[in-house]
Design a protein around this ligand. Structure first.
Ligand code: G1P
Length: 291
C-alpha cells in the first residue's frame, strides 16, 4: 500500500562551527535570511510539500527554536494593543498547528546518520523526509514538493542532487550513477565526502531526502564512516539494490547558508526575489558595483 510522506526530520543539533562567532550562543538554524530564520524556511518548504509533522532533532543551546515555534503570547497582546494587525497576522500565519512540531535531543554529536536515527520512534514505519535547514533552495516550486512527486512516481528513496566542481566532492555525499535520465538518476552507490580523484561522479547530494523506513535497520548499526561519524550516506548506500533509489536534479538554486559567503549570497538572492525589496536591493548592488 502506498504511504504518504507525512513526517519530516530536521537535524538541527550541529555546532555551526563554520559560522563562529555568530553561532556561539545562537543556533545556526536561527540565522536570519532577509527577515526569517533558516529553520522557518525549511518548515515552510516541508509544509508546502504536504508534511504534517515536523520533528526537530536538537541539542543543547538550541531552545530558541522551540521559542520560535511557540505562540508569542506577550508579543501578540502588545501588537494587538498597538493596532499592529499586519505584524500579528504574519506571526500567526507562520505558526505550525499545536502539537505538530516535536523535539528530541541528539545527546552526542555523532554524525548526521545518528541525528536522523534519534527520530526513529517518532517517524516509525513510513516514508519520511529529511531537510537540512542550512541548505536553502530558491525556486518557483519548492524542492521537497518536486521530490514528493518523484517519490510518488517511483515509490522509492529520493535524494536532491546537483553538479559541483570536482574539487568540491570532499564536502558532499556523491552518487555512483547507474542510469542518468536527465532529471531522475538511478543510483548504484553512494560515497560520503570522497577525494576528488576517487569520486565516482560530480553529482552530489544536497540536504533534502525522502527515505523509506528500511533505513532504520542500517542506522541501528551505528557504523562509523567518513570523519569518524555515523553517516546518513553510508546507511543509504546499504539500501541500494532493494527498493528504487534515485537522485532528483531539482529545479532551483541551492545556497549553502552554513557558510558565510553562501549565506551572504543567499540574502542578496532572496531579497532580489522579494517584490517589496527587489528594487531597493538592486540600487544597493549598483552602488557597490560602481565603487
Ligand atoms: C551532509 C551530508 C552530505 C551532503 C551534505 C549536503 O554533509 O553528510 O552527504 O552532501 O550534507 O549539504 P555536511 O554538510 O553535514 O558535512
Amino acid at each position: 500500500m502506498k504511504k504518504k510522506v507525512r513526517k519530516a526530520v530536521f537535524p538541527v543539533g550541529g555546532l555551526g562551527t563554520r559560522f563562529l562567532p555568530a553561532t556561539k550562543a545562537m543556533p545556526k538554524e536561527m540565522l536570519t535570511l532577509v527577515d526569517k530564520p533558516l529553520i522557518q524556511y525549511a518548515i515552510e518548504e516541508a509544509a508546502a510539500a504536504g508534511i504534517e509533522e515536523f520533528i526537530l532533532v536538537t541539542s543543547r543551546a538550541k531552545s530558541s527554536m522551540e521559542d520560535h515555534f511557540d505562540y508569542p503570547y506577550e508579543l501578540a497582546k502588545t501588537l494587538e494593543e498597538r493596532g499592529k494587525t499586519a505584524e500579528l497576522a504574519l506571526l500567526e500565519k507562520m505558526l505550525p498547528a499545536a502539537g505538530r512540531v516535536v523535539y528530541t535531543r541528539q545527546q552526542k554529536p555523532l554524525g548526521l546518520g545518528h541525528a536522523v536515527w534519534c527520530a526513529r520512534d517518532l517517524v516509525g514505519d513510513e516514508p519520511f523526509a529529511v531537510l537540512l535547514p542550512d541548505d536553502v533552495i530558491l525556486g518557483d516550486k519548492p524542492c521537497l514538493s518536486q521530490m514528493v512527486e518523484a517519490h510518488e512516481a517511483t515509490q522509492g528513496n529520493i535524494v536532491a542532487v546537483m553538479e559541483v566542481p570536482r574539487e568540491h566532492t570532499k564536502r558532499y555525499g556523491v552518487l555512483d550513477i547507474a542510469e542518468d535520465n536527465g532529471k531522475l538518476v538511478s543510483v548504484k552507490g553512494l560515497v560520503e565526502k570522497p577525494d576528488p580523484k576517487d569520486a565516482p561522479s560530480t553529482l552530489t547530494i544536497i540536504g533534502r531526502y525522502i527515505l523509506l523506513p528500511e533505513i532504520w535497520s542500517h542506522l541501528d548499526r551505528h557504523e562509523k564512516g567518513a570523519g569518524g561519524e555515523i553517516q546518513l550516506t553510508d546507511a543509504m548506500a546499504k539500501m541500494i539494490g532493494g527498493k528504487p533509489f534515485h537522485g532528483l536534479r531539482f529545479e532551483g538554486t541551492r545556497y549553502d547558508c552554513g557558510d558565510k559567503l553562501g549565506w551572504l549570497e543567499a540574502n542578496i538572492a532572496f531579497a532580489l526575489a522579494r517584490p517589496d525589496l527587489a528594487d531597493s536591493m538592486r540600487d544597493i548592488l549598483r552602488r557597490f558595483s560602481s565603487r
